[in-house]
Ligand binder design. Structure first.
Ligand code: AMP
Length: 421
């Protein structure tokens, strides 16, 4: 039997109900903040990610699914969404009418990482990106939108971690300082970090290996190197978050794994997920649009890890998938024929409906209705047909009422809608 590819998984019902819920609240919430959905493809030219994410990152060095396309072009299954949204913003000149654009995307990402709990090779993100605004108020608004999104999903115990990564003015001095310090400690660093020291010393701050963590324990902090503009920008982000009562902490070790970030970087973490504790991450990338051939436009965005978010929501609401509102139990051929149309009409009228045409005993069907957690059962047999009255039974209270068959669809719909039954 052909099995799933390692690191990939099927998302099956009833879990899919949680996915739908999480995605629908995101759409509604983000649209309230003026974001509109964009749907870029999952396949892009490899060069897009190499140039944006950076050559010396885990993603580009070893995690991308890249293969040859036509005419010598290398293609990659997207490992993240930001690069595609930036490409679309540039390619379709979306900035020409109004450079300020806000988009969200929902979909799968692909990274060849070592599979483990909370880490998959196909995972899903909800992304939000804002172009054309450099104001720190946008940074605060985005973090507020993210935290209130989680609150709408009743997720508690989340912490926003915040750092500033500076800009091309002030980052080089920090980089140099960090690189000097780490060059004297290479014996403590892992192979990857030693190799990247020259090109990307900030990545060492992000390495999860114990000896690397020790090597950077007393590392300098970017915040101490911020230029005047970056310092004011970061202070303004914090002051607005304070005013809005968004809890956050400054985390000078937070650098994020991608090269394109500038200024504000943030991550939303939880203690409920074990080692993979980040539910969302994001930050400013003021130079990326220009770097990819577009106009000079600042930008900021974030990505929510949907797989991990779903896990949190499921832990909160274990019985998420509701059973049918009405489960028809037809006894005998005549009843089945009537139920055949009622089940369709009632579903079409917006009632979650189910029917069993197996012809098994009343007891067997009642057991199935119970197992499906049906809220009500509608029993129709020869006796009910003769009396022109079906029996509607509330599975929780065990109350029963008669429903006139000639007005069955309307009567049941009204009762269920009014939660009378
Ligand atoms: P990143 O694009 O790496 O900043 O990731 C943003 C969010 O996506 C993280 O905070 C995670 O919640 C989620 N994420 C990243 N990589 C994976 C993965 N391999 N499996 C599941 N979720 C992931």
């Amino acid at each position: 039997m052909i099995q799933l590819v390692r690191g990939f998984r099927d998302i099956l019902p009833p879990e899919t109900s949680v996915w739908q819920y999480v995605e629908s609240i995101a759409k509604e919430h983000f649209e309230n903040f003026g974001f509109r959905e964009m749907r870029p493809p999952v396949l892009e030219q490899a060069a897009l990610f190499q140039r944006s994410i950076g050559e010396h990152t885990d993603i580009v060095e070893k995690e991308m699914y890249t293969f040859a396309g036509s005419k010598d072009t290398m293609l990659t299954l997207r490992p993240e969404a930001t690069a595609s949204v930036v490409r679309a913003y540039i390619q379709h000149k979306l900035y020409s009418v109004d450079p300020i654009c806000k988009f969200y995307t929902i979909g799968p990402m692909f990274r060849k990482e070592r599979p483990q709990k909370g880490r998959y090779r196909q995972f899903h993100q909800i992304n939000a990106e804002v172009f054309g605004v450099d104001s720190p108020y946008m940074d605060a608004q985005l973090i507020f939108m993210l935290m209130t999104y989680f609150a709408r999903l009743s997720i508690t115990g989340l912490r926003a971690h915040l750092n500033s990564l500076g800009c091309p003015e002030c980052r080089p001095a920090f980089r140099q300082n960090l690189s000097d310090m780490l060059s004297a400690r290479t014996e403590k660093l892992c192979e990857d970090c030693v190799r990247r020291l020259d090109k990307n010393p900030l990545r060492v701050l992000d390495c999860k290996k114990e000896s690397c963590r020790e090597a950077v324990a007393d590392a300098p902090s970017m915040i101490d190197f911020l230029c005047g503009d970056c310092k004011r920008h970061f202070a303004a982000v914090q002051s607005v978050l304070d005013r809005m009562d968004v809890p956050f902490e400054i985390d000078t070790g937070l650098v994020r794994g991608l090269d394109y970030y500038t200024r504000t970087a943030f991550e939303i973490q939880t203690e409920e997920l074990g080692a993979q504790n980040a539910v969302a991450g994001g930050g400013r990338y003021d130079n990326l649009v220009e770097m990819l051939g577009g106009p000079s436009q600042p930008a900021i965005g974030f990505a929510v890890g949907v797989d991990r978010l779903v896990e949190l929501v499921e832990a909160k609401f274990p019985a998420f998938d509701a059973g049918p509102d009405v489960f028809f139990v037809p006894m005998g051929d005549a009843a089945m024929e009537m139920v055949a149309q009622w089940v369709c009409r009632l579903a079409d009228a917006g009632i979650r409906t189910e029917a069993d045409f197996s012809g098994r005993s009343l007891k067997a069907l009642m057991r199935r209705a119970d197992r499906m957690e049906a809220k009500n059962v509608l029993i129709v047999g020869d006796k009910e047909i003769a009396e022109n009255e079906a029996v509607l039974r509330n599975m929780k209270t065990r109350d029963q009422v008669g429903v006139p068959m000639d007005r069955l669809v309307d009567t049941v719909r009204e009762k269920v809608a009014r939660e009378e039954f």
